[in-house]
Design a protein around this ligand. Sequence first.
Ligand code: AMP
Ligand code: MG
Length: 276
Amino acid sequence: MALCREYDALLSKTAEGSDVWRINNSGGNPVPVSCETMEILKKAREISEASGGAFNIAVGAAAALWRFTDGSAALPDADELAGAVSMSDYTNIYLGENVAAAAPGIKIDLGGIAKGYIADRIADYLKGRGVDSALINLGGNIVTVGAKRGGAPWSIGLQTPGGRHGVDFWAVVSSADGAVVTSGIYERGFALNGEWYHHILDPRTGYPVQNGLETVTICTKSSLLADALATACFVLGAEKGMELALRYGVHAIFRKHGGALDITKGLEIGFLKENG
Ligand code: AMP
Ligand code: MG
């Protein structure tokens, strides 16, 4: 918990004085940042380039106009959203040796990648203290240290979209010393006029991605990579997302509305009866 608080104080866009807050509020001037923040910013840039901008940490201005968590179910003003989208070019983020800057108006939002980084660091912390069997769950972001006691791999349940939290699972994947990260439409969002608005945004429009996908799950060693790729692949959609997953050599599960699946070859997955 102390590690989580420490990283939140570095990476949060709302915590005044965090590295991200200082970049976002320095009027375009370079600010010194920690090497942890720099590592995440560099990985984010790599995944932005690899995904043709589908993954984009400069969506912060647009993301800030959506209210997914306060129960208000209201759309942002269309002109304001268009203005925010014009302030979301990730190539306007500059990374130096230990300094970073963003052009005025650009708001960095690490919501699509930070949890993955933090889960990796918690795993390192545990391993460094001799723990050889653990499961870390940061909510949609799972990292396993070793296998279960007795040697069998951990079984990670994939939540049924719209099902009961922590109760309804539609599938199980195995994990030992790895990450299983899911991006989906069901964790944060609201319904309005028969549409479901959720928190993964198309950076070109500022609106939630509507491409027929319900969830994307990525399985690989690094949870930093898995988190960024899960969001990137979700935005890209099933076809281009699968190409990106294959390029990175990670396992991926794309689940579409209605339950149709695209799964990388060789991933063992156990299917459960859906009750959600
Ligand atoms: P995740 O749950 O990892 O898929 O990340 C979703 C979060 O990432 C959102 O709550 C936003 O903070 C941020 N986000 C939204 N859209 C994007 C995008 N296209 N690229 C990168 N981050 C995004
Ligand atoms: Mg993510």
